[in-house]
Write a protein of this length. Sequence first.
Length: 117
Amino acid sequence: MGPVRRIAQIVHLKPSTVEEYKECHANVWPEVLQQIRECNIRDYSIFFDSDRSILFATFKYVGDDFEADMRRMKENPKVQEWWDMTDAMQESFVPGAISSKEGPGWWKELEEVFYTE
């Protein structure tokens, strides 16, 4: 297991989908949760800024090959189905973003500027 990597990301949530987004995340599909765990993601949280309609996600990556684990995540048909559903509720801040399944990424990764334990 490699060193823990902390990751933070943002995406815009379409205001018309707030309740739908919250509902689907209150009932995340077991296959999606299992794949997240198998891809070495821990302590995953998503927060919502209702004033700006921005989702803020944070998680810890505890594996030693992030790119390979993210490829494995993308290969899971149930995860792809989940992303199709949730991407439709969002708008990416990433220039050239197509979807979570293809393109340069969907959620914009943020630079960590301070951390303390």
